[in-house]
Design a protein around this ligand. Structure first.
Ligand code: H79
Length: 431
């Protein structure tokens, strides 16, 4: 081959090889995915200097606060009542197995001690302590895995330029170096994955702010997997998963649903799934938001998520003084009581074998199928055939044997009489 032909040929080969690079998760990573799915229930925490204003984590954008003014907020962030022991104990008692906390939200403020900026908790607040480090230590002690929510979108950094769809009132100059911003982000992720022990995963959000930007995701994802191979990557981009991602999340929607309007393109893929929800209607602390979800509806959300083969990540927005509001604490306590009693039908299970129905959902583990009846429609329940011979059916709480008939249509079960107003009546099918 002459050089004239050889060089383009080699380039073409290299290009094809590159196009074929596929992400192969490491054995450690695959193990994390199993652990994650078995865990089923986690605590989401949105906490930042925005909490001071009691108007949610989008307050900088929503109230059109410019950077100069917003910079006053860290001066008032002094969470003297912050006690990571209390937070972790609360999560554990609720039956949660992991915590996902905002290391940085869209306001760009680092809740950890970053050497790459002084826009962080240690440099700017009177509190001066790294709340993430304190939480990481407590989580490790208590066997709770820690994940970081980290925002791609940044309303503070000048190199986040050109601007996206949000953060237009921050008063930044009309110039910036995009790739420097991405280097900065990779730098902060390196800090988070080097200085805080083992991290369960990184939960990205905000790339939808700049749909056409080169986010250099492959580079960032491989950096994460190089630093901590077991660390799972997820990205709330509302699209089908990209290569390099290890779990797929759904915001305020069960997998495949789109009640919010922004989950439309979130085709459910084959990775572990997670649904996140708020306890009232806000992520960050919101003083006026009293739309508290009932214990029953939260339990039913956990159960439904499990039936969709999905984890449930339930959010609290702690108050600026470091405490979690009592309304949340008491509901979580009740949820924990339920999980203690019925957790066997949730933890370590997978969704199915019957897809979710109007009456409820199913989960399974080994030779048991748990039928979660949340809306009994009449005294008999028909479960479509799922190709297994039934050995017996009992009521989970009392082990009472239930009458049933199995034929080509499925299994018809006679339900116990007085279940109408229960949160979740669980039947156990032995196969
Ligand atoms: O961290 C919490 C929220 O602050 C964050 N995700 C959760 C976990 C969040 N950010 N935005 N949203 C949730 C709602 C998204 C709204 C959008 Fe749009 C609609 C994004 C794109 C279309 C509004 C309009 C924002 C950009 C254009």
């Amino acid at each position: 081959m002459t050089r004239k032909i050889l060089i383009p040929f080699l380039l073409l080969m290299a290009f094809q090889a590159n196009a074929q690079i596929k992400y192969t998760p490491s054995p450690e990573n695959l193990k994390s995915r199993e652990w994650f799915q078995d865990a089923r229930f986690g605590l989401f925490i949105h906490w930042g200097v925005y909490s001071v204003l009691g108007d949610g984590e989008w307050v900088m954008n929503n109230q059109n606060i410019d950077k100069e003014t917003y910079q006053k907020l860290p001066n008032f962030f002094n969470p003297v009542n912050y006690d990571p022991k209390e937070w972790v104990a609360m999560a554990k008692a609720a039956g949660m197995k992991y915590i996902t906390i905002t290391s940085k939200h869209h306001d760009g403020f680092a809740m950890f001690d970053s050497k790459l900026t002084d826009w962080d908790i240690v440099d700017r607040t009177p509190y001066k302590k790294d709340i993430i480090k304190m939480l990481a230590e407590e989580c490790r002690k208590e066997g709770i895995k820690l994940f970081f929510y980290h925002s791609h979108l940044d309303w503070y950094q000048e190199n986040y330029f050109p601007l996206g769809r949000t953060g237009h009132s921050s008063g930044r100059p009309e110039k910036g170096d995009w790739y420097k911003y991405l280097d900065y982000m990779d730098g902060q992720l390196t800090e988070l994955l080097t200085n805080y022990g083992e991290i369960g995963g990184i939960w990205f959000d905000g790339d939808w702010d700049k749909l056409d930007a080169d986010w250099r995701l492959e580079k960032t994802y491989s950096l994460i997997h190089k630093l901590q191979p077991a660390c799972m990557v997820g990205n709330n981009h509302h699209l089908a998963p990209f290569p390099g991602e290890d779990f797929q999340m759904f915001e305020k929607d069960l997998p495949g649903h789109n009640t919010t309007g922004f989950s439309g393109d979130s085709k459910v893929g084959s990775l572990p799934l997670e649904t996140c929800e708020t306890m009232n209607n806000s992520w960050g602390f919101n003083l006026q938001d009293k739309r508290y979800k009932s214990t029953k509806s939260i339990i039913q959300y956990i159960v439904k998520a499990a039936g969709y083969n999905s984890n449930f990540l339930l959010n609290v927005g702690p108050m600026p003084d470091g405490r979690i509001q009592p309304e949340f604490v008491s509901t979580l306590k009740e949820v924990g009581k339920w999980m203690e009693k019925y957790g066997e039908t949730i933890y370590g299970t997978r969704g199915g074998p019957v897809p979710p129905k109007s009456w409820g959902v199913t989960t399974y583990k080994n030779n048991k199928v748990y039928v979660h009846v949340m809306n009994a429609e009449n005294s008999n329940l028909l479960i479509p055939d799922f190709g297994k011979k039934v050995k017996g059916i009992t009521l989970f709480t009392t082990s009472e044997k239930l009458k049933y008939k199995q034929d080509t249509f499925g299994i018809t079960i006679s339900l116990p009489k007085d279940i109408a107003d229960e949160t979740d009546t669980i039947l156990v099918i032995e196969i």
